[in-house]
Ligand binder design. Structure first.
Ligand code: PMT
Length: 401
Protein backbone atom coordinates (compact mmCIF):
# COMPACT_ATOMS: atom_id res chain seq x y z
CA UNK A 1 0.00 0.00 0.00
CA UNK A 2 2.82 2.41 -0.82
CA UNK A 3 0.46 5.04 -2.25
CA UNK A 4 -1.78 5.16 0.81
CA UNK A 5 -3.63 8.50 1.04
CA UNK A 6 -1.94 9.81 -2.11
CA UNK A 7 -4.30 11.84 -4.32
CA UNK A 8 -3.60 11.16 -7.98
CA UNK A 9 -5.23 12.84 -10.98
CA UNK A 10 -4.96 10.45 -13.90
CA UNK A 11 -5.17 12.42 -17.15
CA UNK A 12 -6.02 10.26 -20.16
CA UNK A 13 -5.42 11.51 -23.68
CA UNK A 14 -6.53 10.03 -27.00
CA UNK A 15 -4.21 7.14 -27.83
CA UNK A 16 -4.92 3.44 -28.27
CA UNK A 17 -3.10 2.68 -24.97
CA UNK A 18 -6.03 4.42 -23.23
CA UNK A 19 -7.78 1.03 -23.25
CA UNK A 20 -5.33 -0.04 -20.51
CA UNK A 21 -6.26 2.79 -18.14
CA UNK A 22 -9.04 1.02 -16.17
CA UNK A 23 -6.35 -1.52 -15.23
CA UNK A 24 -3.94 1.31 -14.36
CA UNK A 25 -6.58 2.84 -12.07
CA UNK A 26 -7.09 -0.54 -10.37
CA UNK A 27 -3.32 -0.93 -9.81
CA UNK A 28 -3.07 2.58 -8.29
CA UNK A 29 -6.12 2.00 -6.07
CA UNK A 30 -4.67 -1.36 -4.95
CA UNK A 31 -1.62 0.54 -3.71
CA UNK A 32 -3.88 2.79 -1.62
CA UNK A 33 -4.15 5.85 -3.93
CA UNK A 34 -7.27 8.01 -4.30
CA UNK A 35 -7.69 8.40 -8.06
CA UNK A 36 -9.71 10.99 -9.99
CA UNK A 37 -9.79 10.60 -13.75
CA UNK A 38 -9.73 13.49 -16.21
CA UNK A 39 -10.22 12.65 -19.89
CA UNK A 40 -9.74 14.58 -23.09
CA UNK A 41 -12.56 14.38 -25.65
CA UNK A 42 -10.56 12.04 -27.91
CA UNK A 43 -9.66 9.73 -24.98
CA UNK A 44 -13.38 8.93 -24.75
CA UNK A 45 -13.18 7.35 -28.22
CA UNK A 46 -10.88 4.67 -26.77
CA UNK A 47 -12.22 3.98 -23.27
CA UNK A 48 -15.54 4.54 -21.53
CA UNK A 49 -15.83 7.14 -18.75
CA UNK A 50 -18.25 4.79 -17.00
CA UNK A 51 -15.60 2.05 -16.73
CA UNK A 52 -13.16 4.56 -15.24
CA UNK A 53 -15.75 5.94 -12.83
CA UNK A 54 -16.55 2.40 -11.67
CA UNK A 55 -12.94 1.35 -11.01
CA UNK A 56 -11.88 4.67 -9.46
CA UNK A 57 -15.03 5.10 -7.38
CA UNK A 58 -15.04 8.80 -8.33
CA UNK A 59 -16.82 10.84 -11.02
CA UNK A 60 -14.82 11.30 -14.22
CA UNK A 61 -14.20 14.90 -15.37
CA UNK A 62 -13.85 15.87 -19.00
CA UNK A 63 -15.10 19.41 -19.44
CA UNK A 64 -13.49 22.67 -18.42
CA UNK A 65 -16.78 24.52 -18.65
CA UNK A 66 -18.97 22.03 -16.80
CA UNK A 67 -21.34 23.88 -14.44
CA UNK A 68 -22.08 20.76 -12.40
CA UNK A 69 -18.42 19.92 -11.97
CA UNK A 70 -17.56 23.48 -10.96
CA UNK A 71 -20.31 23.34 -8.33
CA UNK A 72 -18.78 20.14 -6.87
CA UNK A 73 -15.02 20.07 -7.33
CA UNK A 74 -14.00 22.91 -9.63
CA UNK A 75 -10.84 22.74 -11.73
CA UNK A 76 -8.75 24.87 -9.34
CA UNK A 77 -9.91 22.83 -6.37
CA UNK A 78 -9.09 19.61 -8.29
CA UNK A 79 -5.66 20.99 -9.18
CA UNK A 80 -4.98 21.71 -5.49
CA UNK A 81 -6.39 18.34 -4.35
CA UNK A 82 -3.75 16.40 -6.32
CA UNK A 83 -0.50 15.15 -4.80
CA UNK A 84 0.49 14.01 -8.27
CA UNK A 85 -0.79 14.49 -11.81
CA UNK A 86 -0.12 11.51 -14.05
CA UNK A 87 -0.86 11.72 -17.77
CA UNK A 88 -1.12 8.22 -19.25
CA UNK A 89 -1.17 7.72 -22.12
CA UNK A 90 0.26 11.07 -23.22
CA UNK A 91 0.06 11.63 -26.97
CA UNK A 92 2.57 13.65 -29.03
CA UNK A 93 -0.12 16.33 -29.35
CA UNK A 94 -0.53 16.50 -25.57
CA UNK A 95 3.25 16.78 -25.05
CA UNK A 96 3.27 19.70 -27.50
CA UNK A 97 0.40 21.41 -25.64
CA UNK A 98 2.18 20.92 -22.32
CA UNK A 99 5.39 22.37 -23.74
CA UNK A 100 3.61 25.50 -24.93
CA UNK A 101 1.43 25.91 -21.84
CA UNK A 102 -1.88 25.69 -23.71
CA UNK A 103 -4.99 25.56 -21.53
CA UNK A 104 -7.81 24.79 -23.96
CA UNK A 105 -9.35 21.83 -22.13
CA UNK A 106 -9.64 20.59 -18.55
CA UNK A 107 -6.51 18.40 -18.54
CA UNK A 108 -4.13 20.97 -20.02
CA UNK A 109 -5.60 23.64 -17.69
CA UNK A 110 -5.00 21.40 -14.67
CA UNK A 111 -1.38 20.93 -15.75
CA UNK A 112 -0.91 24.70 -15.48
CA UNK A 113 -3.01 25.11 -12.34
CA UNK A 114 -1.61 22.31 -10.18
CA UNK A 115 1.27 22.77 -7.75
CA UNK A 116 1.66 18.94 -7.77
CA UNK A 117 4.48 17.21 -9.68
CA UNK A 118 3.52 16.04 -13.17
CA UNK A 119 4.42 12.61 -14.60
CA UNK A 120 3.94 11.68 -18.21
CA UNK A 121 3.73 8.18 -19.70
CA UNK A 122 4.06 8.81 -23.45
CA UNK A 123 2.45 6.53 -26.02
CA UNK A 124 2.77 7.14 -29.75
CA UNK A 125 4.09 5.74 -33.01
CA UNK A 126 7.89 5.37 -32.91
CA UNK A 127 8.35 7.79 -35.83
CA UNK A 128 6.32 10.42 -33.97
CA UNK A 129 8.43 9.82 -30.83
CA UNK A 130 11.65 10.34 -32.82
CA UNK A 131 10.26 13.42 -34.63
CA UNK A 132 12.44 16.47 -34.07
CA UNK A 133 9.54 18.45 -32.60
CA UNK A 134 8.63 15.72 -30.08
CA UNK A 135 12.27 15.30 -29.01
CA UNK A 136 12.62 19.08 -28.58
CA UNK A 137 9.43 19.13 -26.49
CA UNK A 138 10.75 16.25 -24.41
CA UNK A 139 13.95 18.18 -23.65
CA UNK A 140 12.03 21.28 -22.55
CA UNK A 141 9.61 19.30 -20.40
CA UNK A 142 12.45 17.39 -18.72
CA UNK A 143 14.19 20.69 -17.99
CA UNK A 144 10.98 21.77 -16.28
CA UNK A 145 11.26 18.67 -14.07
CA UNK A 146 8.31 16.93 -15.68
CA UNK A 147 8.96 13.27 -15.10
CA UNK A 148 8.81 10.78 -17.98
CA UNK A 149 7.82 7.16 -17.34
CA UNK A 150 8.76 5.32 -20.54
CA UNK A 151 8.03 4.94 -23.37
CA UNK A 152 8.75 1.22 -23.65
CA UNK A 153 10.19 -0.47 -26.74
CA UNK A 154 8.34 -3.10 -28.71
CA UNK A 155 5.68 -3.87 -31.26
CA UNK A 156 3.15 -1.08 -31.67
CA UNK A 157 -0.57 -1.08 -32.44
CA UNK A 158 0.23 0.27 -35.94
CA UNK A 159 2.63 -2.63 -36.63
CA UNK A 160 5.86 -0.61 -36.23
CA UNK A 161 8.55 -1.74 -33.80
CA UNK A 162 10.46 0.73 -31.61
CA UNK A 163 10.05 3.07 -28.67
CA UNK A 164 6.59 4.53 -28.16
CA UNK A 165 4.56 1.94 -26.25
CA UNK A 166 3.05 3.05 -22.97
CA UNK A 167 4.62 1.26 -19.98
CA UNK A 168 2.41 -1.50 -18.57
CA UNK A 169 -0.03 -0.35 -15.82
CA UNK A 170 1.83 -2.38 -13.17
CA UNK A 171 5.16 -0.76 -14.12
CA UNK A 172 3.67 2.74 -13.94
CA UNK A 173 2.05 2.03 -10.55
CA UNK A 174 5.30 0.53 -9.19
CA UNK A 175 7.38 3.50 -10.37
CA UNK A 176 5.00 6.00 -8.78
CA UNK A 177 4.92 4.02 -5.55
CA UNK A 178 8.70 3.79 -5.39
CA UNK A 179 9.33 7.49 -5.65
CA UNK A 180 6.50 8.40 -3.27
CA UNK A 181 8.27 6.39 -0.62
CA UNK A 182 10.81 8.31 1.33
CA UNK A 183 14.10 6.51 0.83
CA UNK A 184 14.66 6.02 4.57
CA UNK A 185 17.12 3.16 3.98
CA UNK A 186 19.10 4.77 1.15
CA UNK A 187 22.73 3.67 1.17
CA UNK A 188 22.11 0.86 3.70
CA UNK A 189 23.19 -2.71 2.99
CA UNK A 190 20.76 -5.25 4.39
CA UNK A 191 21.03 -9.05 4.53
CA UNK A 192 17.84 -11.01 5.07
CA UNK A 193 17.33 -14.74 5.62
CA UNK A 194 14.02 -16.25 4.51
CA UNK A 195 12.20 -19.54 4.12
CA UNK A 196 12.82 -22.91 5.74
CA UNK A 197 15.95 -25.04 5.82
CA UNK A 198 16.07 -28.72 4.91
CA UNK A 199 18.13 -31.12 7.00
CA UNK A 200 18.75 -34.29 5.04
CA UNK A 201 18.24 -37.63 6.76
CA UNK A 202 19.06 -39.82 3.79
CA UNK A 203 19.03 -39.28 -0.02
CA UNK A 204 15.19 -39.16 -0.11
CA UNK A 205 14.10 -37.71 3.27
CA UNK A 206 14.59 -34.47 5.08
CA UNK A 207 13.48 -32.54 8.16
CA UNK A 208 11.94 -29.12 7.50
CA UNK A 209 9.04 -26.81 8.47
CA UNK A 210 6.11 -24.89 6.94
CA UNK A 211 7.87 -21.60 6.20
CA UNK A 212 6.95 -20.39 2.69
CA UNK A 213 9.43 -17.50 2.54
CA UNK A 214 6.59 -14.98 1.98
CA UNK A 215 7.42 -12.86 5.04
CA UNK A 216 11.17 -12.74 4.33
CA UNK A 217 10.68 -11.99 0.62
CA UNK A 218 8.19 -9.21 1.46
CA UNK A 219 10.80 -7.71 3.80
CA UNK A 220 13.48 -7.86 1.10
CA UNK A 221 11.20 -6.05 -1.39
CA UNK A 222 10.14 -3.44 1.19
CA UNK A 223 13.78 -2.77 2.16
CA UNK A 224 14.71 -2.34 -1.51
CA UNK A 225 11.77 -0.01 -2.11
CA UNK A 226 13.01 2.11 0.79
CA UNK A 227 16.40 2.49 -0.90
CA UNK A 228 18.50 -0.32 0.64
CA UNK A 229 20.82 -2.68 -1.25
CA UNK A 230 19.51 -6.07 -0.25
CA UNK A 231 21.01 -9.57 -0.18
CA UNK A 232 18.43 -12.29 0.34
CA UNK A 233 19.64 -15.65 1.61
CA UNK A 234 16.81 -18.04 0.97
CA UNK A 235 16.00 -21.61 1.87
CA UNK A 236 14.01 -23.73 -0.61
CA UNK A 237 10.75 -21.88 -1.47
CA UNK A 238 8.28 -21.70 -4.34
CA UNK A 239 8.57 -17.94 -4.87
CA UNK A 240 10.62 -16.53 -7.80
CA UNK A 241 13.65 -14.45 -6.73
CA UNK A 242 12.61 -10.76 -6.49
CA UNK A 243 13.80 -8.61 -9.41
CA UNK A 244 17.04 -6.71 -8.82
CA UNK A 245 17.70 -8.32 -5.42
CA UNK A 246 20.80 -10.47 -5.07
CA UNK A 247 19.38 -13.82 -3.95
CA UNK A 248 21.54 -16.67 -2.65
CA UNK A 249 19.74 -20.03 -2.59
CA UNK A 250 20.68 -22.53 0.09
CA UNK A 251 19.17 -25.71 1.50
CA UNK A 252 20.51 -26.66 4.94
CA UNK A 253 21.08 -24.55 8.07
CA UNK A 254 24.84 -25.02 7.68
CA UNK A 255 24.69 -23.72 4.08
CA UNK A 256 22.59 -20.77 5.25
CA UNK A 257 25.14 -20.10 8.00
CA UNK A 258 28.05 -20.14 5.50
CA UNK A 259 26.22 -17.88 3.03
CA UNK A 260 25.30 -15.42 5.77
CA UNK A 261 28.84 -15.26 7.11
CA UNK A 262 30.18 -14.62 3.60
CA UNK A 263 27.69 -11.88 2.71
CA UNK A 264 26.99 -10.27 6.04
CA UNK A 265 30.43 -9.08 7.15
CA UNK A 266 29.93 -5.61 5.67
CA UNK A 267 26.18 -5.15 6.04
CA UNK A 268 24.52 -2.48 8.17
CA UNK A 269 21.40 -4.42 9.10
CA UNK A 270 20.83 -8.18 9.41
CA UNK A 271 17.30 -9.58 9.49
CA UNK A 272 16.75 -13.25 10.37
CA UNK A 273 13.29 -14.20 9.15
CA UNK A 274 14.18 -17.77 8.12
CA UNK A 275 12.77 -20.68 10.07
CA UNK A 276 16.10 -22.42 10.57
CA UNK A 277 16.11 -26.02 11.78
CA UNK A 278 17.61 -26.06 15.26
CA UNK A 279 18.91 -29.60 14.79
CA UNK A 280 20.30 -31.86 12.05
CA UNK A 281 20.93 -35.59 12.09
CA UNK A 282 24.36 -36.40 13.43
CA UNK A 283 25.12 -38.85 10.68
CA UNK A 284 23.41 -38.46 7.33
CA UNK A 285 22.75 -41.89 5.78
CA UNK A 286 24.25 -42.17 2.32
CA UNK A 287 21.76 -44.87 1.34
CA UNK A 288 18.00 -44.83 1.77
CA UNK A 289 17.09 -46.07 5.27
CA UNK A 290 15.21 -49.38 4.99
CA UNK A 291 12.15 -50.03 7.12
CA UNK A 292 13.49 -53.31 8.49
CA UNK A 293 13.12 -52.48 12.21
CA UNK A 294 9.87 -51.63 14.03
CA UNK A 295 11.54 -48.56 15.55
CA UNK A 296 14.02 -46.08 14.18
CA UNK A 297 16.25 -43.91 16.34
CA UNK A 298 18.07 -40.93 14.88
CA UNK A 299 20.49 -38.79 16.84
CA UNK A 300 20.26 -35.03 16.24
CA UNK A 301 22.92 -32.45 16.94
CA UNK A 302 22.48 -28.70 17.22
CA UNK A 303 22.87 -26.45 14.20
CA UNK A 304 24.79 -23.19 14.59
CA UNK A 305 22.55 -20.29 15.61
CA UNK A 306 23.05 -17.93 12.67
CA UNK A 307 21.34 -14.91 14.22
CA UNK A 308 23.10 -15.20 17.55
CA UNK A 309 26.51 -15.61 15.90
CA UNK A 310 25.95 -12.52 13.70
CA UNK A 311 24.81 -10.48 16.72
CA UNK A 312 27.96 -11.52 18.64
CA UNK A 313 30.39 -10.53 15.86
CA UNK A 314 32.97 -7.95 16.89
CA UNK A 315 31.59 -5.54 14.26
CA UNK A 316 27.99 -6.71 14.56
CA UNK A 317 25.38 -5.08 12.30
CA UNK A 318 22.04 -3.88 13.64
CA UNK A 319 20.12 -7.15 14.13
CA UNK A 320 16.41 -7.91 13.86
CA UNK A 321 15.37 -11.44 14.81
CA UNK A 322 12.01 -13.16 14.57
CA UNK A 323 10.39 -15.34 17.20
CA UNK A 324 7.83 -17.93 16.17
CA UNK A 325 5.97 -18.84 19.35
CA UNK A 326 2.87 -20.85 20.23
CA UNK A 327 2.61 -19.54 23.82
CA UNK A 328 4.10 -16.88 26.17
CA UNK A 329 4.87 -14.73 23.12
CA UNK A 330 6.12 -11.66 25.00
CA UNK A 331 8.21 -13.50 27.57
CA UNK A 332 9.89 -15.87 25.10
CA UNK A 333 10.51 -13.11 22.55
CA UNK A 334 12.13 -10.79 25.09
CA UNK A 335 14.19 -13.75 26.34
CA UNK A 336 15.53 -14.28 22.77
CA UNK A 337 16.16 -10.54 22.35
CA UNK A 338 18.37 -10.49 25.43
CA UNK A 339 20.04 -13.91 25.11
CA UNK A 340 20.96 -13.42 21.45
CA UNK A 341 22.01 -9.76 22.02
CA UNK A 342 19.66 -8.41 19.36
CA UNK A 343 18.60 -4.82 18.65
CA UNK A 344 15.03 -5.84 17.89
CA UNK A 345 12.81 -8.90 17.73
CA UNK A 346 9.49 -9.39 15.89
CA UNK A 347 7.33 -12.10 17.42
CA UNK A 348 4.48 -13.91 15.71
CA UNK A 349 1.94 -16.17 17.34
CA UNK A 350 2.13 -19.26 15.10
CA UNK A 351 -0.54 -21.14 17.08
CA UNK A 352 -3.02 -19.08 15.00
CA UNK A 353 -3.11 -20.83 11.61
CA UNK A 354 -4.42 -17.70 9.79
CA UNK A 355 -1.11 -15.88 10.32
CA UNK A 356 2.60 -16.71 10.37
CA UNK A 357 3.74 -19.85 8.56
CA UNK A 358 2.63 -20.16 4.94
CA UNK A 359 -0.25 -17.66 5.13
CA UNK A 360 -0.79 -14.41 3.24
CA UNK A 361 -1.14 -12.40 6.45
CA UNK A 362 0.76 -11.93 9.67
CA UNK A 363 0.61 -9.92 12.90
CA UNK A 364 3.72 -8.95 14.84
CA UNK A 365 4.67 -7.78 18.32
CA UNK A 366 7.99 -6.00 18.03
CA UNK A 367 10.27 -5.56 21.04
CA UNK A 368 13.52 -3.66 21.62
CA UNK A 369 15.37 -2.76 24.83
CA UNK A 370 13.38 0.39 25.58
CA UNK A 371 10.08 -0.17 23.85
CA UNK A 372 7.62 -2.28 21.93
CA UNK A 373 5.04 -1.90 19.18
CA UNK A 374 2.19 -4.05 17.87
CA UNK A 375 1.73 -4.33 14.11
CA UNK A 376 -1.86 -5.50 13.60
CA UNK A 377 -2.90 -8.29 11.27
CA UNK A 378 -2.30 -7.33 7.63
CA UNK A 379 -1.00 -8.70 4.33
CA UNK A 380 2.66 -9.57 4.63
CA UNK A 381 3.65 -6.88 2.06
CA UNK A 382 2.03 -4.12 4.09
CA UNK A 383 3.35 -5.48 7.37
CA UNK A 384 6.86 -5.74 5.89
CA UNK A 385 6.72 -2.07 4.89
CA UNK A 386 5.59 -1.07 8.40
CA UNK A 387 8.30 -3.19 9.99
CA UNK A 388 11.04 -1.78 7.71
CA UNK A 389 10.00 1.76 8.65
CA UNK A 390 10.30 0.80 12.31
CA UNK A 391 13.71 -0.78 11.65
CA UNK A 392 14.89 2.40 9.90
CA UNK A 393 13.72 4.50 12.84
CA UNK A 394 15.33 2.25 15.48
CA UNK A 395 18.55 1.91 13.42
CA UNK A 396 18.88 5.70 13.16
CA UNK A 397 18.22 6.20 16.88
CA UNK A 398 20.60 3.39 17.92
CA UNK A 399 23.45 4.57 15.69
CA UNK A 400 23.01 8.18 16.92
CA UNK A 401 23.09 7.12 20.60
O1 PMT B 1 8.00 -17.90 5.67
P1 PMT B 1 6.53 -17.59 5.99
O2 PMT B 1 5.61 -18.73 5.61
O3 PMT B 1 6.09 -16.28 5.43
O4 PMT B 1 6.40 -17.50 7.59
C1 PMT B 1 7.05 -16.49 8.28
C2 PMT B 1 7.67 -17.02 9.59
C3 PMT B 1 6.56 -17.50 10.52
C4 PMT B 1 8.64 -18.18 9.29
C5 PMT B 1 8.47 -15.82 10.20
O5 PMT B 1 7.59 -14.77 10.48
C6 PMT B 1 9.21 -16.22 11.46
O6 PMT B 1 8.68 -16.21 12.56
N1 PMT B 1 10.51 -16.59 11.31
C7 PMT B 1 11.34 -17.11 12.40
C8 PMT B 1 10.99 -18.53 12.66
C9 PMT B 1 11.89 -19.17 13.71
O7 PMT B 1 12.65 -20.02 13.39
O8 PMT B 1 11.78 -18.64 14.92
P2 PMT B 1 12.65 -19.17 16.21
O9 PMT B 1 11.92 -18.57 17.35
O10 PMT B 1 12.79 -20.66 16.18
O11 PMT B 1 14.08 -18.53 15.99
C10 PMT B 1 14.45 -17.27 16.55
C11 PMT B 1 15.32 -16.50 15.59
O12 PMT B 1 16.60 -17.14 15.47
C12 PMT B 1 14.78 -16.35 14.20
O13 PMT B 1 15.10 -15.05 13.78
C13 PMT B 1 15.57 -17.39 13.39
O14 PMT B 1 15.73 -16.99 12.03
C14 PMT B 1 16.91 -17.39 14.12
N2 PMT B 1 17.62 -18.67 14.07
C15 PMT B 1 17.10 -19.77 14.68
C16 PMT B 1 17.81 -20.93 14.69
C17 PMT B 1 19.09 -20.97 14.05
N3 PMT B 1 19.80 -22.08 14.03
N4 PMT B 1 19.55 -19.89 13.44
C18 PMT B 1 18.86 -18.73 13.44
O15 PMT B 1 19.31 -17.73 12.86
Amino acid sequence: MQLENTNIILGITGGIAAYKTPDLVRKLVAKGANVRVVMTQSAKEFVSPLALQTVSGNPVSDDLLDKDAEAAMGHIELARWADKLLVAPATANFMAKLTHGLADDLLSTLCLATPAPICVAPAMNQQMWFAEATQANLKILEQRKIQFLGPAQGEQACGDVGPGRMLEPQEIADLLAQETLEQVLAGKRISITAGPTREEIDPVRYLSNHSSGKMGYALAIAAQELGATVTLISGPVNIPPPAKIQTVSVSSAQQMYDAVMQTTHNCDIFIACAAVADYRVQQKNHQKIKKSESELTLTFIKNPDILSDVAHLAQAPFTLGFAAETQNLREYAIGKLQRKKLNMIAANDVSDSTIGFNSEQNALSVFWSKGEKKLDIADKQLLAMQLMHLVAQRYTEDTND
